[in-house]
Design a protein around this ligand. Structure first.
Ligand code: AMP
Ligand code: GLY
Length: 430
């Protein structure tokens, strides 16, 4: 029987979701996105170009096309309660309810839940609602802290003391946020991402990925949504030991168990961002959706049928779904407009060169009469797949550097040099 699946969202992540759904010829794909993503547009039978958080418009469209399921890509509709609204209207969703999505959308909720239930990996933190309280905490704490706005910021709202700001800069930032901040112990180590499919009870983990948040080579410059990411053929990372992996997966399992026990069961994709420190993995944050770009690494490797996973998540039968990933390395590199993220140049023409075997995922890019133009965010992602990291990097680098226009990308992502630096960093710490 055909399956009608509505994909909500129009970024690179959603193009990767739509591509993997389209590999099953029984899937009829529909899309709601605010801006026309040319990749998704081409795959979808019908598209509604509309704000993704507008529940009544999304429901009307879902009914019109008789969607069986909705797959929610980004966090904004989760925060707006689209899953609750769609499910009330009879459309089952891959994605958590508004209450469960607070794991991502309310950093204070997340930390308090971890603390109350004794979940491992929680850094020291304080949630503040006034400038005085936050400034007093900074002065009393003495060490370096991470300063985060309480709500969603697209990964760009964090300021790290000792790295991006001094105490004066931290206090100025707290004033700017009117004191509504989570202050956290600054974690030192190497970051990694563990994503899992979740059906309310069971978790099925995906290969580990490392993202690169900083805008420029050598991890310098401002934080971005993520400039690129890689994964290894064994689905692990060389600076994450088997014991680190077991700890981080255990933390995610505990979170899912607590969410169930407290009456807000979690289903959809759970994204754990960890800092591997001298003492083992600590939680930087959870996201209630796939990472962007991390979705492109793992979904490009998924060798089993994603629709089995979709029904497993929705029916609570994930433990019996077949989930397999190819044993290959992946490297994803994002092309971004010059000036991104602070002052991106939008509206410039770009042209693809010889992109070879790289997979191409469209993100925030305009297509007019077959020509591509930058917008203000990440533009195109190229994924190389290879037997080794070097081979995968070579494929994505050649494709990324073939693009011409007022754009750039990080050449160092997925290189052996950068990987060695990560491994040496962990050796020094331990
Ligand atoms: P987030 O928006 O929470 O994903 O944070 C963005 C980036 O800030 C992360 O990828 C980390 O590089 C950094 N970060 C966040 N929290 C901490 C922390 N407690 N210690 C050190 N770095 C952090
Ligand atoms: N790559 C980080 C995120 O999607 O939030």
């Amino acid at each position: 029987m055909d399956m009608k699946i509505l994909v909500l969202g129009g970024g690179g992540r959603e193009h990767a979701i739509a591509s993997s759904l389209s590999r099953n010829s029984r899937v009829q794909l529909f899309s709601v996105m605010a801006k026309r993503n040319p990749g998704i547009f081409q795959l979808a039978r019908k598209t509604l170009l509309h704000k993704e958080t507008d529940a009544s418009a999304v429901i009307r469209f879902a009914k019109e096309v008789s969607a069986d399921y909705a797959f929610i890509g980004p966090e904004a509709p989760l925060e707006a309660g689209l899953v609750d609204d769609l499910e009330r209207a009879g459309v089952a969703c891959v994605g958590p309810s508004r209450a469960a999505a607070r794991l991502e959308t309310d950093k204070g909720f997340c930390r308090e839940m971890m603390e109350r239930h004794g979940i491992a990996g929680c850094p020291k933190y304080r949630t503040c609602h006034s400038v005085d309280e936050a400034v007093t905490f900074i002065k009393d704490y003495g060490g370096d802290l991470a300063i985060k706005p309480i709500g969603l910021t697209g990964g760009k709202g964090v300021r790290i003391m000792g790295e991006q700001v001094d105490t004066g800069g931290a206090i100025a930032y707290i004033h700017h946020l009117r004191g509504n901040v989570v202050l956290e112990e600054r974690l030192i180590g190497e970051e990694f991402t563990l994503q899992a499919f979740v059906d309310g009870t069971h978790l099925v983990p995906m290969p580990l990925v490392q993202d690169h948040k900083r805008a420029f080579e050598g991890d310098t410059g401002p934080n971005t949504g993520g400039m690129g990411s890689y994964s290894m053929p064994d689905h692990m990372l060389p600076f994450v030991t088997a014991s680190d992996y077991t700890t981080s997966l255990g933390i995610m399992k505990s979170v899912v168990a607590v969410m169930k026990k407290t009456g807000q069961p979690y289903k959809g994709i759970l994204y754990g961002q960890f800092m591997n420190t001298a003492e083992g993995p600590k939680v930087i944050e959870f996201n209630a959706r796939f990472g962007d770009p991390e979705a492109m690494n793992v979904l490009s490797l998924l060798s089993s049928d994603i629709t089995d996973i979709v029904t497993g998540i929705i029916d609570g039968t994930l433990s019996s779904a077949k989930v397999t990933f190819d044993h290959a390395a992946t490297v994803c590199k994002y092309i971004v407009p010059e000036g991104y993220p602070d002052a991106p140049d939008a509206g410039d023409r770009l042209a693809l060169g010889t992109t070879g075997p790289a997979l191409l995922y469209y993100a925030n890019v305009d297509e007019k009469d077959g020509r591509l133009f930058t917008q203000t965010s990440r533009t195109l992602a190229f994924v190389g797949i290879g037997q080794t990291l070097e081979a995968a990097e070579d494929i994505s680098e050649r494709a990324a550097s073939s693009v011409t226009g007022r754009i750039r990308h990080r050449r160092d992502i997925g290189t052996t040099d950068l990987l060695n630096k990560r491994c040496n960093h962990i050796k020094e710490l331990r």
